[in-house]
Design a protein around this ligand. Structure first.
Ligand SMILES: C[S@@+](CC[C@H](N)C(=O)[O-])C[C@H]1O[C@@H](n2cnc3c(N)ncnc32)[C@H](O)[C@@H]1O
Length: 193
């Protein structure tokens, strides 16, 4: 087992609700998520990078390390990420605080967060934070293991989002679907609240 899988398993046992997945994302899912980034030269923010499975795909897709910010709640994962990805901005912070740390105009937010397992108000605060930093027309990219959209319908309606299913990835444990979310209107969202 690789060091990053061992670390993932250890943190899963310590904090199953926060990690909320049986394994890190596969390289196939990582590439499928990274392919949704419209412009690899733009700034990218990743929510919940864990052991960096999606981070590797984002960087291999051409995003320069200096343009990538990671928001990871678990301090053990955050330390390991900072060691593995020099030049990438790694913050030990909740994704709901994205607007405190990132300037607006972000080209894509990639989320590995288990949004459907979170209480609705928590998930709403996180999705709202993503759109508070995203440029107009830029996507929130999120995967899910089930057939349902990866963001609850109540949140889609509250923030006036449009969902697009982009890819089914069978070679992941479990198989996953990649969705992109866009705001329907250009009305700016408040950065917090
Ligand atoms: C399902 S794991 C995904 C890890 C990785 N992105 C992947 O796809 O393999 C979820 C990760 O999100 C982190 N996390 C959970 N809630 C968070 C929050 N509110 N803000 C930032 N990270 C969070 C967990 O600590 C964990 O690292």
């Amino acid at each position: 087992m690789t060091a990053s899988r061992t670390l993932f398993l250890r943190q899963l046992i310590r904090n199953p609700r926060q990690v909320s997945a049986i394994a890190p994302s596969s390289p196939f899912l990582s590439r499928a998520m990274a392919r949704q980034i419209p412009d690899p030269r733009a700034r990218v923010v990743e929510f919940g990078p864990g052991t960096g499975a999606l981070t590797r795909g984002i960087l291999s897709g051409g995003v320069p390390p200096a343009n990538l910010t990671l928001l990871e709640l678990d301090p053990v994962f955050a330390r390991a990420l900072a060691a593995e990805f020099p030049g990438v901005r790694v913050l030990n912070a909740g994704a709901d605080r994205a607007a405190d740390h990132c300037d607006p105009g972000v080209g894509a937010v990639i989320s590995g967060l288990p949004l459907l397992s979170m209480p609705d108000p928590v998930a709403l605060a996180i999705v709202r934070a993503a759109f508070a930093v995203l440029a107009a027309g830029a996507p929130l990219i999120q995967f899910t293991y089930g057939r349902r959209p990866s963001i609850a319908q109540s949140i889609i309606e509250a923030l006036d989002l449009r969902a697009e299913e982009r890819q089914f990835v069978p070679l992941n444990l479990p198989p996953a679907r990649v969705h992109c979310y866009f705001r329907r209107s250009d009305t700016p969202l408040p950065r917090r609240g």
